[in-house]
Design a protein around this ligand. Sequence first.
Ligand SMILES: NC(=O)C1=CN([C@@H]2O[C@H](COP(=O)(O)OP(=O)(O)OC[C@H]3O[C@@H](n4cnc5c(N)ncnc54)[C@H](O)[C@@H]3O)[C@@H](O)[C@H]2O)C=CC1
Ligand SMILES: O=C(CO)COP(=O)(O)O
Length: 429
Amino acid sequence: MGSLAVNSKKHKVCIVGSGNWGTTIAKVVAENTQQHGDVFEPEVQMWVFEEEYQIPKDSKHASTELASKPQKLTELINTLHENVKYLPDIPLPKNIIANPDLASAVHDATILVFNLPHQFIGRICDQLKGKIVPYARGISCIKGLEVSDKGCQLFSDSIGAKLGIYCGALSGANIATEVAQEKFSETTVAYEPPSMDSQHPTPSGTPGGSPHGSHLDLTQLDGQIQRPTRGSQKQRLMALPAEYPPLHHTNMTKLFHRPYFHVHLINDVAGVSLGGALKNIVALAAGFVDGLGWGDNAKAAVMRVGIVEEVKFGKTFFGDSVRTATFTEESCGVADLITSCSGGRNFRCAKMAVKEGKGIGEIEARELNGQKLQGTSTAYEVHEFLRSEGKEGEFPLFTAVWRILEGEKRPEDVPDMINVEARKASERG
Ligand SMILES: NC(=O)C1=CN([C@@H]2O[C@H](COP(=O)(O)OP(=O)(O)OC[C@H]3O[C@@H](n4cnc5c(N)ncnc54)[C@H](O)[C@@H]3O)[C@@H](O)[C@H]2O)C=CC1
Ligand SMILES: O=C(CO)COP(=O)(O)O
């Protein structure tokens, strides 16, 4: 049998996850796989954590047979072309196939888009081992961090290490429903094409990209044999076979960019991932002070300290490759902080919790219909990590949020807890 011709195969995409953001990204990707048939197979598999769902009485589908009793969510999605539970009232492209079977959803997929609440990804990766093609590439849309006895890891790194694949990250100021409604937004994708950088120098001569990490050479080819990942792990990556179109920045842009969803590709995977994870803690703090009725200046103060702590966390624990500009100039940094502290779920639930004098978990269960807050668990995980590093005092806002969640402090105590100058003065005596 002769070998297959270069680019004779197309990339098959699977979205691993189907919540509010998972379904939105499936929609974005499915529109693009239809448009760019030269690079991608049109069908997009979406793995769904199966559950029974009763269409509510006020739904536009209430008069259909499907509403007579609870139905499998996958069947509802595939029949109605709508994720009635997690993304209601948004028509989905028909080339999205909801699949409850993880192994069959990822079968032969060369691009895996990980998009589910961060607390579930570890178990999913365990189930994926041995089920994916060894030359698959990943993108993590997850906003969270993996804290374990190994320290604090980015999900792009831990997914990459567990599955033996390269995994980049996508994060931005992207409240899912607004993106699904095709209201304009921007996002940041960090993807360092796995290539022997020395063999494919960029015009700047900088391995992996320009010194500013943006507007990179779009002609670098995926398809090399070995590269270290960030973090401590080194792994061998299998080359993407030549019959697939290369997965360089141009083709990654084709996968995610829409007229309403503008993609900016950079190389700072750690910066992109940290901005998305840590802003969820800041959004809780913003919700706490807003819940007190303290107004926009108080919220702005919390956001200012929040971005300072985000940058400091990145530089302290992920080294100098983390770029301050990723936080101050990209959608995944300051823009995500702003949108999340305005209309995000963490902000809204924290605000309601303070206003109603209730626990945030109770509000989450009442308000979110199965969607998951990421900020509360991230606040605990980051606190555990900071304590193990002896650095809680250097991140007063992150620590303040944890102390409020623990019930040790009140939202009213936030100004004192983040008043670093006053604390320094009192330490000086
Ligand atoms: N919703 C949003 O506006 C945005 C969310 N993100 C991030 O995207 C990630 C995914 O969030 P969403 O899609 O919004 O999820 P979501 O908050 O809608 O969570 C619900 C999802 O979790 C699944 N699930 C429940 N129990 C599970 C289990 N035991 N195992 C596996 N899955 C289970 C549900 O089936 C459902 O798909 C998060 O890290 C979030 O921070 C990022 C940008 C925007
Ligand atoms: O990440 C988000 C917007 O970019 C959504 O934040 P929430 O999870 O707080 O809704």
